[in-house]
Design a protein around this ligand. Structure first.
Ligand SMILES: [Zn+2]
Length: 196
């Protein structure tokens, strides 16, 4: 199929590779602390913009699984960077941020979990957004935080880093950290590809 389907860069649309060298370079920036009003460090690679935004949309909405390798490489490099800074363990366990079961089914699997697994770090999906959580569209940050319900499905036995694609208010990450910490899990922080 490769021979017949022309590929376009998932970041900028240039013909040729899955991700052109210019977009790969943009994706390789080290993580920075996001300014969010949450009780744990949240690191992020970039604003939700340009090649970052395009790659996430291509993975999520257009099923471009070929991009997951590049995103996983960027996530893996970011975790090595954080480990070198003493922020997380080198063999930290990754917990994909929770999704609603219904959106996961529609997309044919969780793209964040797929990326986590491709980093080859141990990946422990254990969170789910409760079906009693109302849709966040049109809600203020405060309302989202109050309404967000996350369930712990099984308990990690090691320190964890929560991974998500885009952080907006931090409500999902905050609720995830709370439910993990309440169960005695050490949450080192969260790493997201983008901040909206
Ligand atoms: Zn590109």
């Amino acid at each position: 199929m490769e021979l017949f389907l022309p590929r376009a860069c998932g970041g900028c649309g240039a013909p040729g590779a899955s991700l052109c060298t210019a977009c790969q370079r943009v994706w390789r920036a080290p993580p920075k602390l996001a300014r969010l009003n949450v009780a744990l460090p949240v690191w992020t690679l970039a604003p939700y913009d340009g090649p970052h935004r395009n790659v996430l949309i291509a993975m999520k909405e257009r099923g471009r699984a070929d991009l997951a390798d590049f995103v996983a490489a960027a996530v893996g490099a970011s975790i090595s960077y954080l480990a070198a800074q003493g922020e997380v363990e080198h063999d930290i366990t990754l917990v994909p941020a929770p999704t609603r079961a219904v959106s996961q089914r529609r997309r044919g699997g969780d793209p964040v979990e797929r990326v986590c697994r491709k980093t080859r770090l141990s990946t422990f999906p254990c969170l789910r957004i409760s079906s009693s959580t109302p849709d966040s569209v049109g809600q203020s940050a405060q309302q989202r935080r109050l309404n967000m319900r996350v369930e712990l499905l099984r308990q990690p036995q090691t320190p964890v880093l929560i991974i998500d694609d885009v952080v907006t208010t931090g409500a999902t990450i905050s609720a995830s950290a709370n439910v993990l910490r309440a169960a005695g899990v050490q949450v080192r922080g969260a790493l997201t590809y983008c901040q909206a």
